[in-house]
Ligand binder design. Sequence first.
Ligand SMILES: [Zn+2]
Length: 190
Amino acid sequence: MPLRVFLLCFTSSAMKTLPILLHPDPRLKKMCDPVTVFDTALQTFADDMLHTMYEAPGVGLAAPQVGVTKRIFVMDCTTKDEDQIREHKPMVLINPEITWSADETSVYNEGCLSLPDLYEDIERPASVKMRYRDVSGETHEETFEDLWSTCAQHELDHLDGILFIDYLTRMKRNMMTRKMEKYKKDLARG
Ligand SMILES: [Zn+2]
């Protein structure tokens, strides 16, 4: 299904677009709490997060990025190749933890919805196995590779208050933070 058609289907119910926090923001630096209640409110929140991620558009979004300090993130890396999408795979990962990571690493030019238009090469394990719960509380374990691996690790970092720029040198990080401060000032001015 083409991305646009999929989005129309996916967003036909009363899903909300949640405002995404921009770096620097103290709420992006917090350690998030585990999810303990698996109810309809959690399901609604997960749907809103997926909707917000597709709208952005992005391949991943973590709860602290929308101001909720809970251990939950959503991702769908199929949207990266918009023209060749065969099947979408919206994923919701709750209380995720890495149970195995590969020795081999891979480098991906990462970006983040909380730092629009800023990209840097980040090296991470090329594949990871993650254990997580779904919205109904059921436990799963899955191995992620390629962009899925990068994305899952990037999003899991968010739940520990870590941004991809934290892997860069202090000089580079400060430079990107100053760019974001200016971007936010310009945005506020309209
Ligand atoms: Zn991010």
